[in-house]
Design a protein around this ligand. Structure first.
Ligand code: GLA
Length: 371
């Protein structure tokens, strides 16, 4: 901001804040440079992300009165993310969520993955795509500003077959949509399930937890889990359970109720089966934060969404601006195919074969409830 101390000086026109910038943001332990990309729109939204892990570092949006705050959890520096066991902000690949017993069979061949979550494999293994430096190509066009991130994952990466060429495009539009497009091809039959793992707190961290956020999930069923958080295979009705978010309900309203599924997840950590009335983008979830009036609407081409209520945050992590992240300070809404699909023949398939293309789109629309 220009200071205007000397009143006799003629006012200079303020330089317009650039819509898109790219700047160095440190390096990995092996010396690979990391870039920071900033996207801005006309309505005061600013999204910062980095090429390491495709990580969303911050999303600033105005509240009902126009005050802007960062509505995501994370860290201040790139290096702080190198041991990101909570997956703050990351792009998850090759396979979001859990694969049972870290194994799956495809075309008669069994593949073994790293067991990095008890006996299961979580979020692509020990060194998933969230720990890779992606190549960035920024763009600015009539649709908005953005960046295409690309990565080649070698055959056998974390035990998965096929060389995969992945591309994720982040676009911020002037009507305040943050569009995430996923695209991948493979040289051999494999499984793919990508997602975005940003933790949100729409108060801008002004409330000690996110339990007051009202959430609607457009789903009549969810996939209950065993005690290692692997789906049992059943599609259970949400009706009459704490999993019914068909009507907007505070995240915290029923989280403490005695319920075996809530006990297993230590809160909500489940996949909802989206209604998906039509092909293409369909409504998945709507969040409203009553004090600031901030809203977020999620639409997706995916069949499911993992609602994770930040149960494993336990006050041991200190994040941006020295904030301590206590349990349920933030939540994730991860659009996805269902967990463990490679081992669950009745779930929508996550198999990608050479010659076909994996595509997926999720849109986060930010707003306020201002009348
Ligand atoms: C996912 C999982 C959770 C947890 C977080 C990261 O959302 O479903 O159980 O592992 O990632 O902490």
């Amino acid at each position: 901001m220009a200071a205007c101390g000397n009143k006799s000086e003629p006012a200079k026109p303020m330089a317009e804040t650039p819509r898109l910038t790219l700047a160095p943001f440190g390096q990995t332990a092996d010396g690979t440079g990391i870039d920071l990309i900033t996207l801005r729109n006309q309505r005061g939204i600013e999204i910062r992300l980095m090429t390491y892990g495709g990580i969303i570092l911050s999303i600033k949006t105005p509240d009902r009165t126009g005050v802007s705050d960062d509505i995501t959890l994370g860290y201040d520096t790139a290096a702080a993310y190198f041991k990101n066991s909570t997956y703050f902000g990351v792009l998850v690949g090759r396979y979001a969520n859990r694969i049972a017993k870290a194994k799956f069979t495809l075309d008669g061949k069994t593949y073994t993955l790293p067991a990095n979550n008890g006996v299961n494999s979580l979020h692509g293994g020990t060194i998933g795509w969230d720990q890779k430096v992606w190549k960035a190509d920024t763009f600015q066009n009539a649709g908005g500003v953005g960046v295409a991130l690309t990565l080649t994952s070698p055959d056998g990466d974390q035990g998965y077959p096929g060389e995969v060429k992945a591309k994720v495009t982040y676009t911020l539009t002037d009507d305040s949509r943050f569009v995430v497009d996923y695209d991948a091809t493979s040289s051999a039959p494999t499984v793919i399930n990508m997602t975005q793992h940003t933790y949100f707190n729409l108060t801008g961290m002004k409330a000690p937890d996110a339990l007051g956020h009202e959430l609607m999930i457009a789903a009549d069923h969810y996939t209950p889990v065993d005690d290692t958080l692997i789906p049992t295979g059943q599609l259970a009705p949400v009706k009459g359970t704490p999993f019914d978010f068909t009507v907007p309900t505070a995240i915290g309203a029923r989280i403490g109720e005695p319920n075996e599924q809530l006990t297993r997840g230590k809160g909500y950590d489940h996949n909802w089966v989206l209604r998906r009335p039509a092909e293409g983008l369909a409504l998945a979830a709507v969040v409203r934060e009553p004090f600031t009036g901030r809203t977020m609407e999620i639409t997706t081409t995916e069949p499911g969404i993992q609602f994770y209520s930040g149960n494993f945050l336990d006050g041991t992590l200190t994040g941006k601006g020295g904030k301590v992240y206590a349990q349920r300070t933030g939540f994730c809404l991860e659009t996805q195919h269902f967990p463990d699909s490679p081992n669950q023949p009745k779930f929508p398939s996550t198999v990608l074969r050479p010659g076909s293309r994996y595509t997926s789109q999720t849109v986060f629309k930010f707003g306020t409830d201002k009348k």
